[in-house]
Write a protein that binds this ligand. Structure first.
Ligand SMILES: Cc1cc2nc3c(=O)[nH]c(=O)nc-3n(C[C@H](O)[C@H](O)[C@H](O)COP(=O)(O)OP(=O)(O)OC[C@H]3O[C@@H](n4cnc5c(N)ncnc54)[C@H](O)[C@@H]3O)c2cc1C
Length: 390
């Protein structure tokens, strides 16, 4: 078996790995992207992704935004607390942007990134599953299976964008994990009221339920216990829609149609540190968050953006890619944003998903207070949109 050498091998061609490969195209840095799954037709992932304005700007620069078949602007975010007083409404004016975000679909984003990659000279293999990797002080070595054939490649830097599957095996990286014991039930929903750009986030003691504008309809992300999720997924449409109406309330009238339902187990999982010898983690491999407030992909895209900046600056300065000094700079760049995203989403879940009446009132008060203090509201809105640098 002959070993081919690259400057960079990206393991995992999900949305974050693909975005990184696109940022590095035309840089003169030899890059290989390995993705276990097949073509976009085989990636049947129905989850909606709320993209921030910052993510839109990155995707636009990459030529991906233009290829998305549907991106629905969020013009208002309506946040409320079931069984408690208080609500707040965020608008683009609060954040000084034209839209608070855009709802796209994971499958559509995957396809748009895939198609954009086809027009580049990046080496990109689908159906390529990495089986093993190791590193020494100078190089990383990767073994992968490509349609039943064993292959080996080497690189100055291995970037793990595998969602955290393989990276959990790296000896000097520890994962902190908290199982929320919740699942997200995801489905497309038609309501009596057509969507008008408003994203509803409603906190309940079982967990948050979000209805995001998606085309004419809504994308539902309903957080419930694992047992309830399985039960809800198995319901017939009529019973399911009635149960959703009962849970969400009457704000949108009756729910009159539902697409296929899927369930996702939810956990907080993050790596410490996010680099190792000749290795950097990005996206869900670095941190997997609860989907409340739609931070995960946005954060992962910023990981890819910052890592690419470090790589490009190092390369342009004629220095070696993947050295401990370069990786330390990447780690430091991402520390605050990653931690802020984690604390923000985790605190929302811990504060709002509880039955404690005192805490419920305090949260309701907090939501109302946001409405009364525009500077704080602006801070929250910009953090949701641009991350820690907001
Ligand atoms: C219900 C739900 C709703 C969400 N909503 C939002 C939202 O509104 N906004 C937001 O920003 N984020 C949201 N997220 C989070 C978002 O989906 C993730 O952060 C994002 O998908 C991470 O992308 P990734 O490329 O890092 O990882 P993944 O999407 O997990 O991709 C990893 C890729 O690596 C590949 N891979 C794995 N192992 C190997 C291997 N051994 N060899 C080769 N390839 C491999 C996999 O096939 C996969 O394609 C949501 C998540 C859920 C569950």
């Amino acid at each position: 078996m002959t070993t081919v050498n690259y400057e960079i091998v990206i393991i995992g061609g999900g949305p974050v790995g693909m975005a990184l490969a696109l940022i590095l195209r035309d840089s003169g840095i030899s890059t290989l992207l390995l993705e276990a799954r097949g073509l976009p037709e085989k990636v049947d992932d129905p989850r909606p992704l709320a993209l921030s304005h910052g993510s839109r700007l990155i995707l636009q620069r990459l030529g991906v935004w233009q290829k998305l078949s549907q991106k629905t602007p969020i013009t208002t975010i309506h946040i409320s607390n079931r069984g408690g007083l208080g609500r707040t409404v965020l608008t683009p004016e609060d954040a000084g942007v034209s839209a608070l975000g855009y709802v796209v679909n994971y499958h559509d984003l995957f396809r748009a990134l895939y198609e954009t990659l086809q027009d580049t000279d990046t080496d990109y293999l689908t159906g390529a599953t990495v089986k093993q990797f190791d590193t020494d002080a100078d190089f990383g070595h990767v073994q992968f299976d490509h349609h039943g054939e064993e292959n080996e490649v080497g690189a100055k830097l291995l970037i793990l964008a595998d969602g955290g599957r393989l990276s959990a095996q790296i000896e000097d990286i520890t994962y902190q994990t908290h199982d929320y014991e919740q699942w997200a039930v995801v489905a497309n929903i038609k309501a009596q009221t057509l969507q008008s750009g408003i994203a509803y986030e409603r906190f309940t003691s079982d967990g948050p339920v979000a209805l995001l504008p998606s085309g004419e309809n809504f994308a539902l992300v309903w957080t419930v216990s694992p047992t309830a999720a399985k039960e809800i997924i198995a319901l017939d449409d009529e019973t399911f829609l009635a149960r959703l109406h009962q849970h969400f309330g009457d704000r949108l009238g009756k729910f009159i149609g539902a697409g296929k339902r899927s369930g996702f187990p939810l956990a907080l999982k993050y790596a410490t540190p996010t680099t190792s010898q000749r290795i950097a983690l990005i996206g869900n491999a670095a941190q997997t968050l609860h989907p409340v407030a739609g931070q995960g992909f946005n954060l992962g895209l910023r990981d890819a953006h910052e890592l690419a900046n470090e790589v490009l600056m190092t390369f342009k300065a004629g220095k070696e890619i993947g050295t401990p000094a370069m990786l330390a700079r990447y780690r430091q760049q991402r520390q605050i944003d990653s931690k802020a995203g984690r604390i923000f989403t985790d605190s929302l879940i811990k504060l709002f998903s509880n039955d404690n009446p005192l805490l419920k009132h305090a949260c309701g008060f907090g939501l109302s207070a946001l409405d009364c203090f525009p500077p704080i509201k602006r801070f929250v809105a910009r953090r949701m949109i641009f991350g820690a640098r907001g």
